[in-house]
Design a protein around this ligand. Structure first.
Ligand SMILES: C[S@@+](CC[C@H](N)C(=O)[O-])C[C@H]1O[C@@H](n2cnc3c(N)ncnc32)[C@H](O)[C@@H]1O
Length: 265
């Protein structure tokens, strides 16, 4: 297992295999992001290539970065299966250090993962890697709903592990199951800690079990907007992922955000 220093994410080992062989490629997220991307593009937190591989297949010049080398290994072989060889970097968002500059940097399901200290610096690194006039595009989940009663009273954590998840078939005939649980929530540092547990079954028998931790940052919209502005972004837009309209209090949960690095005068 190879990982980026200090980022606590659970996308290793069997979890990476689950993303590659169960979650797969394409789908609605890919379609939504595709319309917002101009090449050359960088997919940060590209994972096993759910978005990157179909984009590259469609002829988009796209590179990938991810904190987890395990996810990138799957991404590289998923791309290679289609004869594609994008550049890949084992780098977390806040550690981005790539020579190339991009017209679009996009993140799907990634901003905030790893820990709260990285979000502001991560947005700044993204800014540095955009060409003037280039755009940062990402989705973001607001901390609303049942899971966040912990803002008003101490939550009863850690949760018990749920019952075993459904066993999903893998291409080699084995099966994999996955469950996760919330372990801790700290309203001061705005962090949630969770765990994932995966089980691999071969010939119907449990052959491997792995558990990984994940730290997620709770970031509010006004905080995000301030971080984007501080980094130098302009033309910041934010819509509700579902309605495609401006976000509504109590309704909106997933946001789609774009921010532009100013063009040269
Ligand atoms: C939820 S998965 C999404 C993968 C892919 N974007 C997709 O939509 O299928 C999040 C990915 O972000 C990576 N990741 C987590 N924290 C990160 C960070 N701070 N910087 C870069 N990548 C990170 C994980 O290793 C994982 O591959």
């Amino acid at each position: 297992m190879s990982e980026s220093a200090s980022v606590t994410t659970w996308h290793y080992g069997l979890c990476a295999r689950y993303w590659s062989e169960v979650v797969g490629e394409g789908g609605e997220d890919a379609e939504r992001f595709r319309d917002l991307i101009e090449a050359p593009a960088l997919d940060v937190g590209c994972g096993t290539g759910r978005l990157l591989v179909p984009f590259a297949q469609a002829g988009v010049d796209v590179d990938g970065a991810d904190a987890s080398a395990d996810m990138l290994d799957y991404c590289r072989s998923n791309a290679a299966r289609h004869g594609l060889t994008p550049a890949f970097y084992v780098q977390a968002l806040h550690e981005l250090d790539i020579e190339r500059r991009y017209r679009t940097i996009y993140l799907c399901g990634t901003l905030g993962l790893g820990g709260p200290a990285f979000v502001g610096p991560g947005i700044e690194r993204a800014y540095e890697h955009l060409t003037p006039g280039g755009r940062l595009v990402f989705d973001h989940y607001l901390p609303v709903g049942r899971d966040f009663r912990g803002w008003i009273e101490p939550p009863n954590l850690p949760q018990a592990w749920p019952e075993e998840g459904p066993r999903e078939p893998l291409p080699d005939g084995s099966e994999i199951s996955m469950v996760s649980r919330r372990v801790a929530f700290d309203p001061l540092t705005q962090e949630t800690m969770s765990e994932i547990r995966l089980r691999l079954y071969e010939n119907g028998e449990l052959s491997l079990e792995e558990t990984y931790p994940l730290t997620n940052s709770i970031v509010f919209w006004l905080e995000l907007e301030r971080m984007l502005t501080t980094a130098g972004f302009v033309d910041i837009t934010c819509i509700d992922w579902e309605t495609r309209e401006p976000p509504e209090p109590w309704q909106s949960r997933r946001l789609l955000i774009t921010a532009t690095r100013p063009a040269l005068p």
